[in-house]
Design a protein around this ligand. Sequence first.
Ligand SMILES: *Cc1c(COP(=O)(O)O)cnc(C)c1O
Length: 394
Amino acid sequence: MPINNSLIEDSLGAMRLAIGDPPASLHEPHFAGNEYSYIKECLDSTFVSSVGRFVDRFEAELANFCEVDFAVVVNNGTSALHMALNSIGVSTGDEVLCPSLTFVATANAISHCGAVPHFVESDEITYGIDPIKLLEYLKKTTKKKNNTTINKITGRSIKAIVPVHVFGHPCQIDALLEVAREFNLMVIEDAAESIGSLYKGRSTGSFGLLGIVSFNGNKTITTGGGGAVLTNDRDLATHIKHITTTAKVPHDWRFIHDALGYNFRMPNLNAALGCAQLELLPAIIIRKRRLFEIYNSYFSRIPGLSVLKEPNGCSSNYWLQTLVLDREHTIFQRDLLETLNKAGFMSRPPWDLLHTLNPYLGHPRMETPIAMSLSKRLVNIPSSPALVGDKSHA
Ligand SMILES: *Cc1c(COP(=O)(O)O)cnc(C)c1O
C-alpha cells in the first residue's frame, strides 16, 4: 500500500497549514451566544419539558429564517421526515424515491411509514439526485394509472420523492420539482444538513410541499437533539403539530385524543438552545464558508485531490467539508482516512450506499455508478465553525 505517497503526505501538510495542530473533531457545536442564559431562563421558570415559550418562539423564528410560513419542531430530524411523509398519506404499499447516497435516516423514515424506499442515482456535481437520469429511468420503468405513477416491476405506486441536500450543498431542486410534477410525486425535501443553504437565493427546505431540518449535535446548529418540519401549507402544519403532540384535543381537563398520535415534541429546554443557536447561525455559516476557502487554498495545490465546492448559483452552508479524490486516485481513500485520523484530524468516508445495507438489500433501485464512485473517493474532514475565527491565523 502506497502509504508514503506524496498525495497522502501533502494532504496531512495541507491540513496542518489550514487549521493548525490537531486534534480536530469532525463537527463540534459552537456555543458563543445566548445558550446559557436562555437555558437558565428555562430552568428558573421550571418549564423544561413539553410546553413553554421557547418552543413557540423557536418555531416562529425558524420559519422566518427558512422562508416558510410554518415550522413545527420535533424531537429529531428522523421524526420530522417520518411525520412529513405520514402527513401526506405515505403508507404501506407505497414506494418513495430517495438517493442511495444519504444518511440512513432518509430511508428509515420512509420505512417507518410502512412504505418502501426506492433508491436512485446521484449527480457528480451536487451529489444530490440526478434529475436527468431520474427522468429517463421513470419513463422506462413506470406507467401512469389514474394520475398515479406505478412501478411496472413491483406494481406499487410511487407516491413521493425525497431529494437530499448532501453535506449542505443544494441539489438540483428546480429540475427535480419538474420531474416530480410530471410523475405526480409529492416532494419532501430532506434539508437536514442544509439549513441556511440557498438555491438561486432561496432557502433549501422551502421548495417542496414539505421540508425538514435536523438539529442533531453534529449538524450546523444544534438543540442537543431535534428537528423541524417546514411548509407553507397551513393545514399540513396544523395536522403535523397535532399528531406530533399526541393528537390531544384542547380541553380544560379531559384527555381526548382524536387520532393516532406520536410523542415527538421538542422540549422547551431544547428549543431554548435552538433560539440561541439560530441567532448565531449567520455567523456560523460565514465561518464555515471561510473554512472552505482556507481548505481550498491549501488542498487545490495537491494533484489528484480537490475540495468540494458549492454548485453554481447556490450558496452552501458547507456543513461537512469534503475532499474529493480524482477517479484515478480512488484507491487512496483508505490511506487518506488512516493518515488523517491517526494524526488527530477526524475524517470519515461518506455513508455506505443505503441499498447495500442489511435492511435495504433487494429494495427497488436504479443503477448507481456515480453514487458508488463517490462513496469510494470522498473524505469528510474537520468542519467545525470554531476552526475559523479569532485565534485562527486564517
Ligand atoms: C441528520 C440527518 C437526518 C436525521 O436527523 P436526526 O436529527 O439525526 O434524526 C436525516 N437526513 C439526513 C440527510 C441527515 O443528515
